[in-house]
Design a protein around this ligand. Structure first.
Ligand code: AMP
Length: 308
């Protein structure tokens, strides 16, 4: 049985706890590096996989749970975003987390904020286009969390692949002394990518949502096996499969280069990228009722698909 994690609700507390643990564990067998997993809570196996990896690779594991208001748009689900502190702390204890940082919005944003971290280029498409301001909110809160926790490594899921690309660019452009570690998407046995938002789905929506992973799998197989297939044909194939589900409403389906997230010539096959061993991302956002789900597959065109 793992010891319960230490809980900090203020910035001063979490800094103190991390400093103490670093000093205690200096020179110890598993080291005193800090592996950090930032989340919005309502934790599931996807989050647990990041925590496990962080624990394996670091002497100290830190988790933050904060539903960051500035990454939600005015008509998004901030108010109804699911929360469950007790269950989250149980999962954290099971996974051997050392420190949980649980700040209030007031603690993170006490006064009028005059600083925003904005990453350009990689934020132009996908969720950057359909959720204006979202990635400014993400980059700003993650910068603050990095300054507070001072992790050596930070673990993020490929479920939010654009987020990974944005944060890698931010860390590199701003010379932040932390390594971003991308981790594979965790799925239910039937293929649905785990998400805190899956609890919003009705039984019927949940069943139909399987079209997302299924169409990604089919399209990935096509990219692998049909040398002549074009981005336009891939996107049309996925769009058609999703539109066949009466409950699904497409926000976007796009095939882009990865990690640059730049568009491909829709009518040109992928042979240049195949030759250079480049990667592409097939990404989609689809609404079922008021619940917006995202999923993606990243394919290295020289190797097997990575995340499906
Ligand atoms: P969230 O709490 O949704 O903000 O997610 C916190 C972290 O967990 C992010 O890095 C997500 O990409 C990651 N995550 C969420 N769902 C999954 C999943 N199904 N598989 C892997 N990582 C995930």
């Amino acid at each position: 049985m793992n010891a319960s994690p230490q809980i900090a609700r203020t910035i001063a507390e979490v800094r103190g706890l991390i400093e103490r643990l670093r000093a205690e564990r200096a020179g110890g067998e598993s080291g005193n590096e800090v592996g950090f997993v930032p989340t919005m809570g309502y934790l599931h196996e996807g989050h647990a996989s990041l925590l496990r990896r962080a624990r394996r690779e670091n002497g100290i594991t830190a988790l933050s749970i904060f539903v960051n208001p500035i990454q939600f748009g005015p008509n998004e689900d901030l108010e109804r975003y699911p929360r469950s502190e007790e269950a989250d702390l149980e999962l954290a204890a099971r996974e051997g987390v050392d420190v949980v940082f649980l700040p209030s919005a007031q603690e993170m944003y006490p006064a009028q904020r005059r600083t925003t971290v904005a990453v350009t280029g990689v934020t132009e498409r996908l969720c950057g286009a359909s959720r204006p301001g979202h990635f400014d909110g993400v980059a700003t809160v993650v910068s603050k969390l990095f300054n507070i926790v001072k992790p050596d490594k930070a673990y993020f899921g490929a479920k939010d692949a654009q987020q990974v690309a944005v944060l890698q660019k931010m860390v590199s452009d701003l010379n932040m002394d932390v390594r971003i570690v991308p981790c594979p998407i965790v799925r239910e046995a039937d293929g649905l990518a785990l998400s805190s938002r899956n609890v919003y789905l009705s039984e019927e929506q949940r069943r139909e949502a399987l079209v997302l992973s299924r169409s990604l799998r089919e399209a990935s197989a096509r990219i692998e096996s049909e040398a002549e297939v074009t981005p336009e044909q891939i996107v049309a194939g996925v769009t058609g499969s999703i539109q066949a589900s009466p409950l699904a409403q497409i926000d976007y389906v796009e095939l882009l280069t990865f990690p640059e997230l730049q568009p491909l010539d829709p009518k040109r096959d992928l042979s240049d990228l195949r030759d250079s061993g480049g990667s592409v991302i097939l990404a989609l956002a689809v609404k079922f009722g008021s619940t917006r789900l995202i999923d993606n597959a990243i394919l290295n065109l020289k190797e097997a698909p990575l995340h499906v």
